[in-house]
Design a protein. Sequence first.
Length: 306
Amino acid sequence: MVTDVGARAVPLARVVRGGVVESVHLGHLVVLAPDGSTRLALGDPEVVVWPRSSLKPVQATGMLEAGLDVADEHLALVCASHNGEPAHLDVVRAILADAGLDESALQNTPDWPLDPDAAWSARPGGPRPLTQNCSGKHAGMLATCVAAGWSTDDYLAPGHPLQQHLRATTERLTGAPVEHVTVDGCGAPLFSSTLVGLARSFTRLDPRVVVATSGFPWFVAGTGRDATTFMQAVPGLVAKDGADGVYAAGLPDGSALAFKVLDGSSRPRPALLAAALRAAGADPGDLGRTPVLGHGVPVGAVEPTF
């Protein structure tokens, strides 16, 4: 049986151009109050989703529990979908070197850096595991294996002790069973969860993950990325984007949120994140404004429905 994320989806954002609604982004969204109760629910909070890279702070929590011991900047990179800018790559290399490894140990999918300038500079070397946006997570996985005494050549196997531990960590922090397992874009096992479970997990992260990500947000994403700019603007915020329209975030008071854009688009993400943060009682300022351009001039905007 195929789990259908489209069931019970509702409009989350409208794209307005020249006073006409041009497009509508459907999806699901949940905001949790500090006591764990539901403050806002749109669509189905219990919908089963692939958390994609939004799960990285949860996985980093599991790595710490298994023995990973790195500096805060390095831990932020373990949680990252980084741009592949030079300082990002330097930290990946440092995590590996501290574990007695080098980039040849990485088994994530080769890819270009997300940052256009970094991708241009990387042309002579071609796409590499190091420059792929998940290399920090994979470096952290390898370093965890070294610390725990586990093998590194098969660290991506679903039955590997690391992956079994991360699956158990996901279930414990989300409070939801992992009903499905597949392979993420980077090659690592990917565990399903419910949307509300993903939000809940951001209230249960290891404090070191919270300090690292909120304290060093540039390492979590990079120049111009919404996860970085929102964490820079909202003190103590932990925000993590994921592929195919997923986002999760947690606030210092214990509030949390998660959403899934049904069509997988990244276009409405800033507007939705800003609106959800306001619903949680935070103030992201002017962040989230997403103009719709006509001939380079704003003629409309992406507007949340709530």
